[in-house]
Design a protein around this ligand. Sequence first.
Ligand SMILES: *Cc1c(COP(=O)(O)O)cnc(C)c1O
Length: 392
Amino acid sequence: MSDSPFRQNADLRAATRLAHDAPQDRHSVTPPVFQSSLFCFDTVEEMAARFRGENQAYVYSRGDNPGVEAFEQKIAALEGAEAARAFSSGMGAISATLMSLLQAGARVVCVRDVYADTYRFLEKLMSRYGVRTEYVDGCDRAALAAALPGASVLYLESPTSWTFRTQDLAHAAQAARAHGVVTVCDNSWATPLHQQPLALGIDLVLHSASKYIGGHSDTVAGVVAGSKARIAALNALSYPYLGAKLAPWEAWLLLRGMRTLDVRLRAQWACAEALMEKLASHAAVRRILHPAWQCGPGNQYLHGFSSLFSIELDAAYDPLRFCNALRLFKRGVSWGGHESLALPAQVALQGAAPNAQADFGVSPALVRLYIGLEDMHDLWRDLEQGLAQAVC
Ligand SMILES: *Cc1c(COP(=O)(O)O)cnc(C)c1O
């Protein structure tokens, strides 16, 4: 396993790091896909040496694969991390990370309005293993400080899902460290281009790579990054046994998607910003939930904005009728790909408890909008006609 080619070029800007891959065999400009479950040894002595940890040869693709490793190194370089570990989904990264840090009797402090399946993982599964979670308002420093003593993990997501409120990551990291609490931050919305939690003192940063990082709605993947010691602890405890490894072909798709991450984000933000301006002056829109439109204690750490936000509709407009009337915006979960999407809070709130939206008081008048790569004028015409048809 080679050292990251990006580390020797620490002065390169993110866009350049994204555009280039490590030098390849036979001067290929893209990496090969090592679609192999295992890697062989010339002698049993070499194999024994590998198992003693005396060399770094590849063994088995549940543990290590060269293409997956290339993706991990690229993410680590962008996040300013020593190491990273890729997973078959964002939830794979979240569950393996938390399970490596928690044991029976432990308490998690988690920000409110966290991603719904992270909430369900803590409430439905971790609760069965004696792990209790306390949810705090991430904007409330005093509540956070009061919850930390005796906790094992502080779990953050900045900005949060649906409400898009940021947390003061530097302050939270410092307060947690003072109590020996490990900090984890979901950075999927900002991407490593717009926020680097590790530089603010956070211990582990993780992503759903299914979103902006992949960028083309064709891959489900996740990744966690941090110090060598923290990733080694995850490798020793949860990663090999939960088995949620990233497939070589999906790692290749992620590397391909990442080459355009910088230009995609720029274009999408320009479009989203223009649309939010227009939405803000429309009679149907009560408020816009996005860090550019609401103050938050962690807004200062965002170097740029993303194109996922919520709008709260006036009571005279029906969010479901609005979503059904849209022609260019598709109705769907997820985000981060080429296509614009609409998701009403009422519909996302499915089934019985535990349910993050209901428990955190997310307004049923919210519609989450994701702006993809289409033309701004076409999208605005679609939103305008959708709102016109949504009048109750
Ligand atoms: C989608 C998402 C996840 C989960 O990622 P998957 O790749 O779908 O498992 C985690 N956090 C946030 C903020 C997300 O939007």
